[in-house]
Write a new protein. Structure first.
Length: 101
């Protein structure tokens, strides 16, 4: 039984990397290009984290961007196929905490 649980845990981790590789293979816009586009939307911003994901059926690069002097995060989504900005949203520290839960 324990071996089966370990095997499940290992396979769970193993499936994440191929999924990310599959998404990367579909993206026509590189992470560097998407970062440049996202940073152009947030003056003086610095990327805290970013990821490639499927959201509402659309492949996007999603970046959390910090701005000096503000605790809020700007979340910028860039279409990974066209390079267009899909959305720019402001999140307060409270909203960020809820999102992590």
């Amino acid at each position: 039984m324990a071996a089966a649980l370990v095997a499940l845990g290992v396979s769970g981790c193993a499936t994440e990397k191929p999924e990310q590789a599959e998404l990367s293979a579909q993206a026509k816009i590189s992470r560097a290009q998407a970062q440049q586009t996202a940073l152009a939307k947030v003056a003086g911003g610095t990327i805290k984290e970013g990821e490639l994901e499927k959201e509402k059926g659309r492949l996007i690069w999603s970046f959390d961007i910090t701005t000096p002097g503000s605790k809020d995060i700007s979340e910028v989504a860039v279409d990974a196929l066209t390079g267009d900005v899909v959305s720019v949203e402001q999140e307060t520290p409270e909203q960020q905490a809820k999102e992590k839960d």
